[in-house]
Write a protein that binds this ligand. Structure first.
Ligand SMILES: Cc1cc2nc3c(=O)[nH]c(=O)nc-3n(C[C@H](O)[C@H](O)[C@H](O)COP(=O)(O)O)c2cc1C
Length: 216
């Protein structure tokens, strides 16, 4: 693997900004989009359980409906691909078995040999104290995927804007998730910045390194 230089990485991270205005005429091509879907899929999660789905909205009608319940933020309709991060509301034995079976298949292992690991995950997330706050746990996993997605996009020159300014309950309704055991937590339009988005030139506001990084 050829590593990105540290300077190039910082350049990409400086280039990324929460895009306020997308150029609605510019679409992400298929190959570039396929790469970003892989970035979503390759995101790490606790135990590797992937308690998520990523709904990619390109349909204009659905985008417009979602914009209306996203504080009317124009990024939702003007972006190329609107990514909606969805989590599994409750962790259950079926999902854990699904993961164990997938591990056995991919790694050519015997699922039976992972019985102890499976029980441990069930004891932690399905029946243990963490089961009471499990959707918070799942949301944290989804936010890791969100961060991964935005950085990956920046590295290949695609703009994004993380969006918490959405009504997740209305999103659930529009996307047909209500009552399904899955729910929306956050969204992220992706595409290409408009030439006249003045925020692209705004300086980054960050606290001083000394206030954020502690060396021991
Ligand atoms: C979880 C999350 C939710 C956000 N929600 C919105 C939003 O709804 N609308 C928006 O314009 N920006 C939103 N932002 C963008 C932040 O305001 C922005 O990332 C922050 O000011 C830092 O600026 P930068 O990303 O341009 O460096 C959100 C950022 C994060 C991480």
């Amino acid at each position: 693997m050829e590593n990105l230089s540290p300077a190039k990485l910082i350049e990409s991270l400086e280039w990324r900004y929460a895009t306020k205005k997308f150029d609605a005429s510019k679409k992400i091509d298929e190959k570039t989009w396929a790469c970003l879907e892989q970035a979503l899929i390759l995101s790490p999660s606790s135990y590797g359980l992937q308690p998520w789905k990523f709904i990619i909205v390109q349909n204009t009608e659905i985008k417009n409906k979602l914009k209306a319940v996203s504080w009317n933020q124009a990024q939702v309709s003007d972006c190329s691909h609107h990514v909606v991060f969805v989590i599994k509301e409750k962790m259950d034995e079926e999902h854990i078995a699904y993961f164990i079976n997938q591990t056995a298949k991919v790694r050519n292992q015997d699922a039976q040999s992972m019985e102890g690991y499976k029980k441990m995950m069930i004891g932690d997330l399905v029946t243990g104290p963490r089961s009471h706050v499990i959707s918070e746990w799942a949301a944290r996993q989804a936010y890791i995927a969100l961060g991964n997605f935005m950085t990956a996009a920046a590295v290949i020159g695609v703009d994004t804007c993380p969006l918490e300014g959405i009504d997740p309950v209305k999103y659930d309704e529009i996307l047909g998730l209500t009552g399904s055991g899955w729910k929306v937590v956050v969204a992220c339009p992706a595409g290409y910045r408009a030439d006249d988005d003045k925020y692209s030139a705004a300086k980054k506001v960050r606290f001083d390194t000394k206030d954020l990084i502690i060396h021991k």
